[in-house]
Write a protein that binds this ligand. Structure first.
Ligand code: HEM
Length: 167
């Protein structure tokens, strides 16, 4: 309680023109956003590292014998992206409605494209780290699929940056 009091006192004195109310829903929103960004860093950062550092040394170097560990982290990051992404969308939508507006059609269209690209990226990350026959087939063209994953990831981040300007 003392910690909350201290934080809200500091908060009240921040030089913000239109300070958001420091309540549970605000804290949840910031927490969810931070988790979303963290999960995106893990998934894209991992794929970037495999593509640029490990893959040039040959397919066998990609996981350094620790494929299952990366598969688990790719799964955790994907799960977090889905949960926090849906939560972010719902809170943004509710907030815009509470202000008496609606999200633009362009927002919904871009969000739809981002969602589909995100599912594609999660599939690629999972199948490239998987242990099935399908995974082996994808891994036989590791460089190509890593390049595609990276382009898809880049498109997702650009769309995310654009979405932010639309509400
Ligand atoms: C591979 C997957 C993904 C990546 C790399 C990614 C990346 C990002 C990044 C970098 C942001 C900007 C964060 C900010 O400005 O606060 C963002 C925002 C967002 N993401 Fe994702 N994301 C992914 C998947 C998803 C999924 C699956 C959903 C929905 C189910 C989603 C929904 C959102 C929403 C609603 C926002 C806020 C956009 C806004 O400011 O209007 N994301 N994402």
């Amino acid at each position: 309680m003392d910690v909350y009091l201290a934080i809200s006192t500091v908060w009240a004195h921040l030089p913000l023109a239109d300070a958001p109310v420091l309540d549970a829903s605000y804290v949840a929103q910031v927490f969810s956003r931070a988790l979303h960004i963290l999960a995106a860093i893990i998934l894209l950062g991992g794929l970037f590292y495999i593509r640029t550092v490990l893959a040039p040394a040959g397919d066998q170097a990609c996981f350094a014998g620790r494929r299952a560990i990366w598969a688990r982290w790719a799964g955790i990051a994907s799960g977090l992206l889905l949960v926090t992404g849906i939560y972010n969308f719902l809170t943004i939508n509710n907030q815009v409605k509470a202000d008496g507006n609606t999200l633009e059609r362009a927002y919904h269209m871009m969000f739809g494209v981002k969602f589909l690209l995100a599912l594609l990226l999660m599939f690629l990350a999972a199948v490239l780290a998987g242990k099935t026959d399908l995974a082996e087939r994808f891994r036989s063209q590791m460089g190509k699929w890593l390049n595609i994953s990276w382009v898809v990831g880049l498109a997702i981040v650009i769309i995310a940056a654009l979405l932010r300007t639309l509400h």
